[in-house]
Design a protein around this ligand. Sequence first.
Ligand code: GDP
Length: 193
Amino acid sequence: MKISQVEMVISAVKPEQYPDDGLPEFALAGRSNVGKSSFINKMLNRKSLARTSSKPGKTQTLNFYKINNELFFVDVPGYGYAKVSKKEREAWGKMIERYLTGRSVLKAVVLIVDLRHPPTGDDRMMYDFLKYYNIPTIVVATKADKIPKGKWDKHKKVVRETLEMDKEEPLILFSAETGVGVEETWAVIQKFM
Ligand code: GDP
């Protein structure tokens, strides 16, 4: 996919603020520090468009990136940050739930996990939530460059088994360092558009 234009359109916290262009949206979800910002930057071929917004004290917003006037990436604040208060966690949950369950133009959620380790309890919770609401999910296992190629299949299997993924569901290997998985991810996204 050739990226000719990217624009951060809005940081939203409520539905009235979501864009109303009617373009297809793909939400990016993952636990804090998993590599979500790096994933977005690599996919969009930008150095530092997306920044880590999951640090405590920072506003937790849904960031809408308009791409080629064709689709949106919606960056969802990372989950599982230990130092977040219960109140903040609840506010996060409400905002995310409202977006994920009520957004008609949402085509799929890209759930980013770390290929090196089995998905965490939080990862499983997010995945189960998406399944429960029948939201199409594209699982991307990132930081593949940290694992020798010969072990990729073994690690993929652990991800699939831990999340209890269906056989037909896509699991893509990714690296923001080497760019492996960029084209495959775009191909899968385009199928959902
Ligand atoms: P976020 O909090 O999920 O947005 O995570 P970041 O994108 O900020 O990444 C967290 C850390 O992991 C940073 O130090 C990145 O440089 C590193 N990182 C992210 N993706 C990769 C990757 O594919 N390979 C390697 N080796 N490191 C990565």
